[in-house]
Design a protein around this ligand. Structure first.
Ligand code: NAD
Ligand code: MG
Length: 423
């Protein structure tokens, strides 16, 4: 269950550390923070290698520390700082993984935005949870891979875990504050846009290209989550995320396809009430909500124009079109390390798809084959520590890579349209 503790009121701006600052969520967070300099101060920005983007944000937000996970990019940034930044307020640049993760526990940081993509975000999310910070969680993979440990750490430290994922943020807004959704809540209704392939003829799925999969109809996001949305593994991961966040069993979490992405999710109560949270599909809204909760602050998002809507539609997800969704439900039911294996195999599958080494329709089979192989042995018991989680994640990835090389290597990407046209 999400903790409902509050940040002590303070007149000083609250220190914020953004992990994944150059990404889609990181940039949306900075756009909200830019509106509220009196409330928030950016203490740390962390990214992988995009130092040009970072440089611009460093100039705008003057962080004290910057974490750059790629050592070459970190060296380049240090050089640039020595050449072009006044020594008096030159930020420190960290590149060592443990030192970067430790930033999440820094005394100067009150709010940690966990927005690194994939299990690369685990260590910093873990550090923030253990340090009792207000954690704005976008990195759902942390909960999928290590939900039990993360939730326990939050309970022990008093961390305030606030979901940024729009569906979970919507559910959080619809639930009565501080009441665990045990009896009164019948169902969590997670909405899904259906992504770019909701109506695409199934027969053409083998021809899906990277550009097709990354072209989401409603949301602008990073490439990994865009592919996850196209396969609906994103929704599967979100079902697992919801189970951990709200303590609700899988049978009471339902996915509803809602192509307009106006209702971000709903809660169905025992008395027949269904509460929904609505808004434009713009991540600045859930980010602003989580930053200021229980207050409300401006996000920069224009109000929803209800009269301009042409309708709100709902349909059940098509299991033939979206086999990844069932894989995630099965993983949640199996428990233990299975969600972690699904997550790791999915990251390998999506990277291979983005590198044009795997067909879109082979993503689910590769994940399934990895789960089958991993669970046939005794090597994947439920992890008891984050070190074990990281070890299992690495082993599950290696297994997925082996299976990819052995069974799925033959994929030849479809010719780009321009080539076809010129034939
Ligand atoms: P993105 O690809 O746009 O950005 C990823 C960020 O992570 C970048 O800043 C990158 O530099 C950083 N990063 C990657 N590997 C790193 C490493 N090893 N060390 C440090 N930094 C590293 O991704 P995104 O779309 O912003 O998504 C981020 C997370 O938020 C994902 O877990 C995603 O599932 C979740 N999320 C995103 C959205 C969205 O609308 N984009 C919505 C809900 C949840
Ligand atoms: Mg989401």
């Amino acid at each position: 269950m999400v903790d409902t503790g509050m940040i002590a009121s303070s007149t000083e701006p609250l220190g914020v550390a953004i992990f994944g600052a150059t990404g889609s969520i990181g940039q949306s967070t900075l756009a909200v923070l830019r509106l509220h300099p009196e409330r928030y101060r950016v203490h740390a920005l962390v990214a992988h290698h995009q130092i040009d983007r970072l440089w611009q944000d460093m100039q705008a937000f003057r962080p004290s520390v910057v974490g750059v996970a790629c050592p070459q990019a970190a060296a380049e940034l240090r050089l640039r700082l020595r050449q072009a930044w006044p020594e008096a307020d030159r930020p420190e640049v960290l590149d060592e993984p443990e030192a970067i993760a430790r930033l999440a526990a820094d005394a100067a940081v009150s709010i940690v935005v966990a927005a690194i993509v994939g299990t690369a975000g685990l260590a910093s999310t873990w550090a923030a949870m253990r340090a009792g910070k207000r954690v704005l969680l976008a990195n759902k993979e942390s909960l999928v891979a290590a939900g039990a440990l993360m939730m326990q750490a939050a309970r022990e430290s008093g961390a305030v875990l606030l979901p940024v994922d729009s569906e979970h943020n919507a559910i959080f807004q619809c639930l009565p504050v501080g009441v665990p959704p045990v009896d009164a809540v019948e169902k969590l209704l997670l909405t899904a846009s259906g992504g770019p392939f909701r109506t695409r003829p199934l027969a053409t799925f083998p021809e899906i290209t990277v550009a097709d999969a990354c072209r989401h109809p409603n949301w602008s996001m990073g490439r990994k989550i865009s592919v996850d949305s196209a396969s609906m593994m994103n929704k599967g991961l979100e079902v697992i995320e919801a189970a951990w966040l709200f303590g609700v069993p899988p049978a009471r979490i339902e996915v509803v396809v809602h192509p307009e992405s106006i209702i971000h999710s709903m809660v169905q109560f025992a008395d027949g009430s269904v509460l929904a949270q609505m808004g434009r599909p713009d991540m600045r809204t859930p980010i602003a909500h989580a930053l200021a909760w229980p207050d409300r602050v401006a996000s920069g998002v224009a109000p929803l124009d209800l009269c301009a809507l042409t309708g709100l539609h709902f349909e059940p997800p098509d299991p033939l079109r979206f086999p990844c969704l069932q894989l995630a439900y099965d993983a949640l039911a199996a428990g233990g390390a299975v969600p972690l294996i699904v997550n790791a195999a999915n990251e390998v599958a999506v990277a291979a798809f983005l590198a044009e080494q795997l067909a879109f329709v082979e993503i689910a089979p590769l994940i399934e084959a990895t789960v089958n192989r991993a669970t046939a042995g005794t090597d994947f018991a439920a992890a008891r520590s984050i070190a074990e989680v990281l070890d299992q994640d690495a082993r599950a990835r290696r297994l997925a890579e082996q299976i990819l090389a052995q069974q799925f290597g033959a994929f030849a990407p479809p010719a780009p349209l321009s080539k076809v046209d010129s034939l």
